[in-house]
Design a protein around this ligand. Structure first.
Ligand SMILES: *Cc1c(COP(=O)(O)O)cnc(C)c1O
Length: 221
């Protein structure tokens, strides 16, 4: 199944988004075994994203052949395990975290690529800067010496209301374009998961993070 799912997703995503941009498929590996991860990579996955630092470290050798991203909530005291290993951290949701990433990267003579996480739906339960705060946060965070801010990440709310989701997704695209006009090197809008990736791409996402639609229902934790 993994092989068929990856092939079908890669084929559909290869059409890009309506803005003429290529869309990157990130396979979300949380709760998946190393064997499942390896199968996905053999099937054509070039980028994987893990949620938990401990899992990222444990599965790191299984990520061989793909670019490894970190996509989950990140505690400041765990940043050290990712520097030099995560090609992109999607989930920079507060200034303190950004400062810690920059200072550890600087110590390792590295530059860490990150995305700024936006709480697109203004949900209490989710991390991220509010849409209004995002450009200010970008200004502060992109001034840090050992970080390179490459774009924005958002998780849309779980909702059946397609009109609401489209409105939020296109709002994210607008915010992304404003960011791109004002700051150098902004090129990624990471938005869309198994339930909403088509809608996200239709509204201008250029990176989707997909777990269930590749690996089927989640393994119990
Ligand atoms: C789990 C997860 C995904 C993928 O979710 P699915 O619904 O399984 O596709 C994407 N992004 C983040 C941050 C996740 O935690």
């Amino acid at each position: 199944m993994i092989e068929e799912n990856v092939a079908a997703l890669l084929e559909e995503i290869s059409r890009g988004n309506p803005f003429g941009e290529k869309v990157t498929l990130v396979a979300a590996t949380k709760t998946r075994t190393e064997e499942e991860v390896r199968r996905a990579i053999r099937a054509g996955i070039c980028t994987v994203g893990e949620n938990r630092v401990q899992e990222f470290t444990k599965k790191y050798s299984a990520f061989e052949g793909a670019e490894a991203h970190f996509i989950g909530r990140l505690q400041t005291n765990k940043v050290k395990y990712l520097i030099g290993k995560a090609a992109l951290i999607h989930s920079v949701d507060r200034d303190g975290l950004a400062r810690e990433i920059s200072s550890l990267a600087e110590r390792k003579n590295a530059v860490q690529r990150v995305l700024i996480e936006v709480n697109a739906g203004g949900e209490e339960s989710k991390g991220g800067f509010s849409a209004e705060e995002t450009l200010f946060a970008l200004e502060r965070i992109s001034a840090l010496p050992a970080l390179k801010v490459c774009g924005l990440m958002a998780m849309l709310p779980l909702s059946e209301d397609e009109a609401l989701l489209s409105r939020l997704a296109s709002g994210m695209r607008k915010l992304y374009e404003e960011a791109r006009e004002r700051f150098e090197g902004i090129e990624i809008l990471s938005m869309g998961m198994s339930g909403d990736w088509r809608l996200a791409i239709a509204n201008g996402s250029n990176m989707v993070r997909i777990g269930t639609a590749i690996f089927s229902a989640r393994n119990p934790v």
